[in-house]
Design a protein around this ligand. Sequence first.
Ligand SMILES: Nc1ncnc2c1ncn2[C@@H]1O[C@H](COP(=O)(O)OP(=O)(O)OP(=O)(O)O)[C@@H](O)[C@H]1O
Ligand SMILES: [Mg+2]
Ligand SMILES: [Zn+2]
Length: 365
Amino acid sequence: MTNLVLYRKYRPKTFSEVVGQEHVVQTLTNAITMGIISHAYLFTGPRGSGKTTIARLLAKSLNCENRKDGFEPCNECSSCNEVNEARAIDLIEVDAASNRGIDEIRELRDGIRFAPTKSKYKVFIIDEAHQLSKDAANALLKTLEEPPSHAIFILATTEIHKMIPTIISRCQRFDFRKLSFPEIISRLEWIINKEKVQIDRTALELIALNSSGSVRDAEALLDQVLAFGGKTAQDIKELLGMVDNTVVGQFVDYLCQGQVGPAIEFLNKTMEKGKDPQEFSKTLVNYLRQGMILKMGPELANPILTGLTGEEKSKLCSQVANFQDNELRRILKLFLEAENKIKYSPIPQLPIELAIIESLQNEEK
Ligand SMILES: Nc1ncnc2c1ncn2[C@@H]1O[C@H](COP(=O)(O)OP(=O)(O)OP(=O)(O)O)[C@@H](O)[C@H]1O
Ligand SMILES: [Mg+2]
Ligand SMILES: [Zn+2]
């Protein structure tokens, strides 16, 4: 058990363990309780937000021999155990990404007429459904037109715009969203409690900041951090090769003073110390964004001012006071564009250098 990666180990086993996605959970649990089951569901939304997790929960709950509170799987009966151990024969998972699903859908179409082997429902989870080939999608469509009463389809996709509309219209659709910063923090806190390890709150904030709304990414990062024995924000910065806000703060000092040469020199010194231009740029853009919002209204900044110490916050406040609103926006846009160009640049820091020159030169005009 201990060797399982965290995100597998802690895949929610009940609906109550799911973080966020309240609208999805509420609608599905009501439907289960009332016995109003649709034959086709479509789960769409960003990666690592709970689509597969909730699809399996739905399947498990529908076939549970001893549901609790009307909708929760018991996790004790043989059906629940089989799902938890990934050996349930009436839960069929098709990964459309692997071979675009042709054989599997055909097989599925032929096999679907047969009643479930031992459970009430045969549940088909079709992951990355947008990747089904045209033939497979058409075969699926046929099946969705007249599904046998024992069959339930759950289609999951991160790219709904690539799905054919006739399939979408035959499904009950649920839109998953990225998890918020506090939701991810609460999930990480729950896990470290279970794992009986201690990690600083600021460290958890940095992990959450780097997960871009995906619980799976957050949990994978936490895994890495634990394996490394990390506990503090500093550990995490080192592990992820993150650039410190204080480093970026110093850099912004040069921008405030309009010093092109020293700014470029500082950038290159930072790169020589082994920092990655992409990471530098990411921290810089985030820093300037926080500055922009802080300038617009300190009350707006509260929920997004994360990962900054009190000292860093007051430095940022005094720095942004040097800029006009539109000037700050212009500089932020320049560095944002630079960030997007780094990947394709033969000299990785060149886009940042150009942004420095452009942001300070135009100012003198
Ligand atoms: N809403 C959530 N609440 C709790 N844990 C979650 C949630 N979403 C994701 N997780 C965690 O992340 C892992 C991966 O989630 P899941 O497989 O459900 O994501 P997904 O939306 O299907 O992503 P993908 O599009 O990449 O397949 C889960 O095992 C679980 O640990
Ligand atoms: Mg999935
Ligand atoms: Zn059960």
